[in-house]
Design a binder for this molecule. Structure first.
Ligand SMILES: Nc1nc2c(ncn2[C@@H]2O[C@H](COP(=O)(O)OP(=O)(O)OP(=O)(O)O)[C@@H](O)[C@H]2O)c(=O)[nH]1
Ligand SMILES: [Mg+2]
Length: 213
């Protein structure tokens, strides 16, 4: 596994789009319904226990949280959508911000779209995939919590999502993932490596991470 991700450090949080870091370098965003396992996946992929806050309470991540691998490359933990208890007005505001971020952020290289493997391809997931396709942004789906399904059922879920992707398959790929069992990490890293141009990067090639105080 590429040790580069271990360098990830919290950079900043943004409650609104006018608070995000400058639109430069490269970014990959983690999106998905509340409780789909975004923060857990980010921690697992960066081999850190508590980089991003995880929670049993859905809707916990209400900000865009930026983590930097180096001065050029960032991972972004987006607020989860589809959380029923959030007021309609708040929900609309979030969805508007999400859409604006996805469609206007020029440094965005790709979207990791997380879906609980037991409930994939819900309405807003499909909307995210459509926005991405419209803007030529590649998406990679992590079917999370694969440990919750037996092997055969997980393989079925994967096949089913591939089928449902249909015409979008050229721009969206999909895999099984489990933060709990560390399943699918290499496969997800391969996608991140490609998007963040890390394929041939050795740790020794880059500067040491900035110290956070
Ligand atoms: N069994 C299992 N549970 C998981 C896995 N990944 C995450 N969870 C659990 O799912 C719950 C939600 O995980 P989070 O990573 O906080 O989800 P999130 O998508 O960041 O949620 P929000 O920030 O609220 O949108 C937590 O209780 C996690 O422990 C997994 O691979 N397997
Ligand atoms: Mg979260």
């Amino acid at each position: 596994m590429n040790p580069y991700y271990r360098r990830a450090r919290f950079l900043t949080s943004a409650a609104r789009l006018d608070q995000v870091p400058p639109d430069a370098g490269m970014e990959v965003a983690f999106a998905g319904r509340s409780n789909s396992g975004k923060s857990s996946a980010l921690n697992t992929l960066c081999q850190q226990k508590s980089l991003a806050r995880t929670s049993k309470t859905p809707g916990r991540t209400q900000l865009l949280n930026f983590f930097e691998l180096d001065g050029m490359r960032r991972l972004v933990d987006l607020p989860g959508y589809g959380y029923a208890k959030v007021a309609q007005a708040t929900k609309r505001r979030w969805q508007g911000s999400l859409e604006a971020y996805l469609t206007e952020r020029r440094c965005l290289r790709g979207l990791l779209l997380l879906m609980d493997c037991r409930h994939p391809m819900k309405e807003f997931d499909c909307k995210m995939l459509e926005w991405n396709a419209q803007h030529g942004l590649p998406a990679h789906i992590l079917l999370t919590k694969a440990d919750k399904l037996k092997r055969g059922a997980a393989a079925n879920a994967l096949r089913q999502v591939r089928r449902e992707l249909g015409a979008l398959a050229g721009q969206a790929s999909v895999q099984l993932f489990s933060a709990l069992q560390h399943l699918g990490i290499d496969e997800a890293h391969a996608v991140l490596d490609r998007w963040l141009e890390l394929e041939d990067t050795q740790l020794s090639d880059v500067d040491t991470p900035k110290q956070t105080t």
